[in-house]
Design a protein around this ligand. Structure first.
Ligand code: NAP
Length: 248
């Protein structure tokens, strides 16, 4: 497995970046997708190369099927696919449902839900023994929001992560006999730039007192769980959803 390629969508920053670095440190070849921040993606690739690892970056907005197909085709030239980390995800500005536009909700679902499903489709085509593959792992990034619902903040985001939880269970059962394990992680409040993109850079720290462990989590703490799920140490884990949230 260690010589296999791991694709990490949204691997240029935050949890995806930490996951790419952690996977490379364990010997995987890493192919990261990024939406627009090429400089950040290049920095991740260079950091992995400096440590003796192998990585590549491909521009891929998971809101577009053509970008997704291009990402997987580029990765095909890099080696045999062993794992997909469906990490790319967006939030919207704080709003009630009665203030949300159709465009906002459609983009949320296109990126967080359809994008993850289409990436999984491409991964299954390559990894399933049904299609001549040798098996593999799919890890989906859900959120504790799927359980909390995120009222008065971003119910659309929470609902998109609820869809990811259902998708994880169903796809896991669908491909369990074909060498593919599927799992999801529900992060809690993690210190990344996603909160700034939602309009409140300090959100995680503001809410930290609500976390039973009384602190925010780091991207590396999520990445550690992802690389464990990818590894053979998690060989009997599928259709499973793991909270990595300090108890939140
Ligand atoms: P982040 O810091 O905002 O980083 C987002 C990453 O995804 C960047 O690499 C970005 O690429 C990429 N991206 C954004 N939109 C994309 C698109 N349409 N297509 C492809 N890539 C896209 O986010 P994060 O906090 O690391 O979150 C990663 C995942 O964890 C998400 O699914 C998120 O919902 C989930 N999560 C996060 C938290 C948290 O507290 N941080 C909690 C629960 C769940 P560019 O660099 O090119 O912009």
């Amino acid at each position: 497995m260690q010589d296999r390629v791991v694709i990490v969508t949204g691997g240029s920053r935050g949890i995806g970046r930490a996951t790419a670095l952690a996977a490379a440190a364990r010997g995987y070849r890493v192919c990261i997708g990024y939406a627009s921040n090429q400089a950040a993606a290049d920095e991740v690739v260079a950091k992995i190369a400096d440590s003796g690892g192998r990585a590549m970056a491909v521009q891929c907005d998971v809101g577009f099927e053509t970008d997704i197909v291009g990402l997987f085709e580029a990765a095909d030239g890099f080696g045999r696919l062993g794992a997909l980390v469906n990490n790319a995800g967006i939030v919207g500005p704080t709003a009630r449902v009665d203030e949300m536009s159709a465009e906002r909700i459609q983009r949320m679902m296109a990126v967080n839900v359809t994008g993850s499903m289409l990436c999984a489709r491409e991964a299954v085509k390559r990894m399933s023994t049904r299609h001549g593959g040798e098996g593999g792992v799919i890890v989906n990034l859900s959120s504790v929001a799927a359980k909390l619902g995120s009222p008065n903040t971003y119910v659309d985001y929470a609902a998109s992560k609820g869809a990811i939880d259902s998708f994880t269970i169903g796809l896991g059962h669908e491909v369990a006999g074909e060498g593919i394990r599927v799992a999801a992680i529900r992060p809690g409040l993690i210190d990344t730039e996603i909160h700034a993109s939602g309009g409140e850079p300090d959100r995680a720290h503001r809410l930290a007192h609500n976390v039973p462990m009384q602190r925010v989590g780091t991207a590396e703490e999520i990445a550690n769980a992802v690389v464990w799920l990818i590894s053979d140490e998690a060989s009997y884990v599928t259709s499973a959803i793991l909270d990595v949230s300090g108890g939140r």
